[in-house]
Design a protein. Structure first.
Length: 366
């Protein structure tokens, strides 16, 4: 790691920036402006290393994540990413698609835990698709998703059998992979409301039964945590019906992918949701959960807030700068209180602003 601690708690950090595809560079640009303002205000030094991944890496190098780009990310103190992919690259073979770059980046950095908060901002409560009486009970939970195992990283093959094509995807999990993500689930619950729900399909899958065995062992080490289990299909219903019951959900890769998207949608704006991916050390990958918005690329209308909040998560979880992260979140809150909204979360009585103008408004509050 390149971090140095200077006088009076000032820090030097090197951030790898992946600007991403389509509308993504617009949001990363605003997040960097916010980081620069925070650095200037607190006497920190943030330096940036440009790294290429996804569609822009395919265009530049013919590869969604060349080895040299992965090394830049691993050598940094953390990585800030926009979003990747778009229609331009959809026809490519599987191993050449932008998304393969992201999978290789997570694996190469050893990032096995993806943490995605699902939280209602009071100013946006009306935008939730759920009924007001459900929202009023409160939505504030986090999905802890295992990120580098299961069916996304198992063997994939398609072959001819009996005159037709057959496709097989394998879904492996080893005990140590379950234990390390399970421990993050329990530790996260200890810092929150001390409730943990393990989501699986143990009535059908051997992997889920192994998850349960490992989680039961871990639960004995965390007597303060109220531990429960839920089948994934029921959980998908409960997130819509009664989300206030959840504090921390821990689950395997594919279930976590689906449930965390659902959890984000009930909050009312996918353009507001950040995420972090972490492994053993403090070097993490921080990114908004939304896609690259090819339909509005270059129009300066995309919502930069999820990327800005991802930068705040980076300060909090990787750089140990909780006060600075709080300042960014408070600035976002203040701007929402002013009634400023990007197009994706526009509501009656509010003022619509573009990507750059939203960045300007947040900077003015810092």
């Amino acid at each position: 790691m390149n971090a140095e601690k200077g006088e009076r708690g000032t820090m030097k950090k090197n951030i790898a920036l992946i600007y991403g595809d389509c509308a993504s560079p617009e949001i990363v640009t605003q997040a960097v402006r916010v980081l620069d303002k925070i650095a200037a205000k607190h006497g920190h030094t943030f330096t940036y290393t440009r790294a290429y991944m996804g569609g822009e890496a395919i265009d530049k190098f013919g590869d969604p994540l060349p080895a040299a780009e992965l090394e830049k990310c691993k050598a940094s103190d953390s990585v800030l990413l926009g979003a990747i992919g778009g229609p331009k690259w959809e026809g490519l073979p599987g191993d050449k698609r932008p998304e393969k770059g992201l999978l290789r980046l997570r694996a190469g950095m050893g990032l096995y835990a993806n943490n995605r908060p699902a939280k209602i901002w009071p100013q946006l409560a009306a935008a939730s698709p759920l009924k007001a009486e459900i929202v009023e009970k409160g939505i504030d939970f986090i999905v802890v998703r295992e990120l580098i195992g299961s069916v996304y990283f198992g063997e994939h093959k398609t072959f001819e059998q009996n005159g037709e094509k057959v496709a097989v995807d394998t879904m492996p999990y080893a005990e140590h992979e379950i234990e390390r993500i399970g421990r993050i689930g329990f530790e996260t619950a200890m810092k929150r409301r001390k409730k943990l729900t393990c989501v699986d399909k143990a009535n059908v899958l051997d992997t889920s039964r192994l998850w349960r065995a490992v989680m039961h062992r871990l639960a004995a080490e965390y007597p303060e945590v109220e531990y429960s289990e839920m089948f994934v299909d029921n959980c998908a219903m409960q997130i819509c019906k009664n989300p206030s019951q959840f504090d921390v959900i821990v689950t395997e890769n594919m279930f976590g992918d689906i449930l965390s998207d659902e959890a984000s949608e009930i909050t009312g704006s996918i353009g507001m949701v950040p995420s972090s991916s972490l492994g053993e050390g403090t070097c993490g990958l921080y990114e908004p959960i939304h896609g690259s918005a090819p339909d509005i690329a270059g129009q300066d209308v995309v919502n930069p807030i999820a990327c800005i909040l991802s930068a705040a998560m980076m300060l909090r979880y990787s750089f140990d700068m909780p006060a600075e992260a709080d300042e960014i979140e408070a600035a976002v809150n203040a701007v929402l209180n002013q009634g400023l909204r990007t197009a994706d979360m526009m509501a009656e009585g509010c003022t619509q602003v573009g990507c750059t103008a939203m960045g300007d408004a947040i900077l003015a509050e810092l």
